[in-house]
Write a protein that binds this ligand. Structure first.
Ligand SMILES: [Zn+2]
Ligand SMILES: [Zn+2]
Length: 285
């Protein structure tokens, strides 16, 4: 028999849904990645922002995660969270919008919001439920709204970030992207709880693998711009798609920025290592 802590560590999805700020719920699951001989876990998270009359789902999770996402949403609905009227996705990349078709099918009232470029090519049947948004536009959920804000760290030209105006939660998509260590029980923890997590290291590794343009940019400028955005909006919590949520902005953001700046100074290290099939000897060296 496993003790409870071990069982939880092995089934991270059991810690979710987790309320990271009043009415803002973290849902989804981890994805295993191998790099430099280490096993990293990354989230492809989604978040539910619950207003008084409606909820907004931010991101959809990885396609493999839809059963988990749906289960977590049903837990929230059973606790009285209002139905999903809006789906906001930061950009057109699989870990962010890969469950889009299934979400729109499962929640027939939901409107897809953001830069909705190209989605109609895959989901012509939902084209009438797509709403373009740009910086400053807001979705009203009753008592709070989700606002589209400047995407300082962007993966695609079409990226937008979202911001919850009531609890001042920033949803930065690929901004603040970093892995965590499953063996240390980090799954389902916020960044400040994962005390053994080397944030500069996992941030620089993620930038190396997923944000190649950071090699060719002055990341000091981007980090200054991030600081300006955080100050202007009065951000209290950061809910990244891939990283653990940040609940102490002042203490944690500089560690992530350190990783971005360090990664920018090193050449790209290549793509993820491939999984060695069971029973096959790993290549030497
Ligand atoms: Zn991403
Ligand atoms: Zn994990």
């Amino acid at each position: 028999m496993l003790d409870t802590a071990t069982a939880l560590a092995m089934q991270p999805a059991k810690r979710m849904p987790r309320e990271i700020a009043p009415g803002v719920f973290w849902i989804g699951d981890c994805l295993v990645q191998r790099h430099k001989g280490k096993i990293y876990h990354g989230y492809n998270a989604a978040f539910l922002v619950a207003g008084e009359s409606a909820s907004c789902l931010v991101e959809t999770g990885h396609p493999k995660d839809f059963p988990v996402i749906e289960r977590h949403l049903n837990v929230l609905f059973s606790h009285g969270v209002p139905p999903i009227k809006y789906l906001f996705v930061t950009h057109q990349e699989t870990p962010h919008c890969g469950g889009l078709g299934r979400v729109l099918k499962a929640f027939p009232e939901a409107i897809l919001c953001g830069d909705v470029c190209d989605y109609h090519l895959a989901f012509l049947q939902f084209e009438h439920r797509m709403r373009w948004m740009k910086e400053g536009d807001e979705i009203d959920l009753g008592g709070r709204s989700v606002q589209v804000v400047e995407p300082v760290i962007r993966d695609l030209r079409t990226t937008w970030w979202a911001f919850d105006t009531r609890e001042r939660v920033l949803f930065p998509g690929d901004g603040f992207a970093y892995s965590h260590y499953h063996e240390d029980g980090h799954c389902g923890l916020v960044a400040e709880e994962a005390v053994s997590l080397d944030l500069p290291d996992v941030s620089s590794t993620f930038a190396d693998l997923a944000l190649f343009w950071t090699k060719f940019a002055d990341m000091n400028v981007y980090c200054d711009r991030l600081d300006q955005l955080i100050a202007r909006l009065g951000v209290k919590t950061i809910a990244p798609t891939h990283g653990l949520p940040i609940t102490d902005v002042e203490a944690t953001v500089p560690k992530v920025q350190q990783g971005l700046k360090e990664a920018a100074l090193r050449p790209e290290s290549g793509t993820n290592e491939k999984v060695v099939p069971t029973g096959t000897a790993a290549p030497a060296g």
